[in-house]
Design a protein around this ligand. Structure first.
Ligand code: F6P
Length: 323
């Protein structure tokens, strides 16, 4: 199919993730290389609704590959998430002569992009930008690797004080409805237990294990909790109530979303930014790009929105064997 695209728009939407800037840089410079014009849409779909759009050139994306956050800023737009909102957004894209859109974000961003494509014929490609790693068609989403490293660095520090003061720590990590970050962090930190939404958790068995371990002289525990499974505070209080040992809880929160992107995130973003533009240049729309088994992978946007990791049970068993 002959390529009709002359100008592409780029936006980041939903929760930011380290590596989004590297993706913007790649998509912008790759587009310019092929003679396309590029428009940066500020604050995701919200900025689009407000016509907050500016031209981007080679220099606009200088020195951002190593920066967390997103230079385009991001938001969660309630206004866009309505039938009228999507129609208005499509109209604003047309009025700005934007022929195609690269939407970087998580499942909400993909749902919006899918609507723009299915209902209004906008040429859209989605790029998986979320720390949660909960999208189909890609082994990892942009930001996840950095978020895991950030959480891990904190947990290593928590372990120092946990051991010194002989305490049980319950650490809550992000992930929305996914336990992926929690599971990876727990494995990498050598945590004693992990509570995730993907598998039911037997609290009585955990209490019994802590009691028995303590009787044998074990003095500290790190228990990782995915935010989508339980609240760290409640888990910690219940441990103290059930077995009388001293606990502390830590909610790592938004610290996991910031910081210098890891090498893995920068490379993933750089490959995906270019791959998204390649699709548009080839007249392939309504898709999401990812990297699966080291190769660029393309799936329908509407199939990419929700991923359930299937290996969680085996990873949990491994964690328990190694504890
Ligand atoms: O989707 C990314 C994420 O960081 C989730 O892990 C978390 O549940 C959510 O966003 C937090 O959203 P907000 O920044 O709007 O509080």
């Amino acid at each position: 199919m002959a390529n009709k695209i002359k100008k592409i728009g780029i936006l980041t939407s939903g929760g930011d993730g380290p590596g989004m800037n590297a993706a913007i840089r790649s998509a912008v410079r790759y587009s310019l290389h092929f003679g396309l014009e590029v428009a940066g849409i500020m604050r995701g779909y919200q900025g689009l609704m407000e016509n907050d759009i500016m031209p981007l050139n080679h220099r606009s994306v200088s020195n951002i590959i190593n920066r967390g956050g997103t230079i385009l800023k991001t938001a969660r737009s309630k206004e866009f998430a309505t039938t009228d909102g999507v129609a208005r957004a499509a109209d604003i894209l047309r009025r700005n002569n934007i022929d195609a859109l690269v939407a970087i974000g998580g499942d909400g961003t993909y749902k919006g992009a899918s609507c723009l494509y299915e209902n209004h014929g906008i040429a859209v490609v989605g790029l998986p930008g979320t720390i949660d790693n909960d999208l189909n068609g890609t082994d990892q989403t942009i930001g996840c690797s950095t978020a895991i490293n950030t959480a891990l660095e904190s947990i290593d520090k928590i372990r120092d004080t946990a051991q010194s003061m002989e305490r049980i720590f319950v650490v809550e990590v992000m992930g929305n409805r996914s336990g992926y970050i929690a599971m990876e962090v727990a494995l990498a930190a050598g945590a004693e237990d992990v509570i995730i939404p993907e598998r039911s958790f037997d609290y009585e068995t955990m209490y019994k294990g802590i009691k028995e371990g303590n009787a044998k002289g074990k003095i500290s525990w790190i228990i990782v909790v995915a935010e989508g499974a339980a609240r760290a505070q409640v888990v910690a209080e219940n441990i103290t109530k059930s077995i009388g040992l001293e606990t502390r809880y830590v909610v790592l929160g938004h610290v996991q979303r910031g910081g210098t992107p890891s090498g893995q995130d920068r490379i993933l973003s750089t490959r995906l930014g270019a791959a998204a533009v390649d699709l548009l240049l080839n007249g392939i729309y309504g898709r999401a790009v990812g990297v699966l088994q080291d190769k660029i992978n393309v799936v329908e946007l509407k199939d990419a929105t929700r991923r359930v990791h299937e290996d969680m049970g085996r990873r949990y068993d491994l964690l328990k064997i190694l504890t």
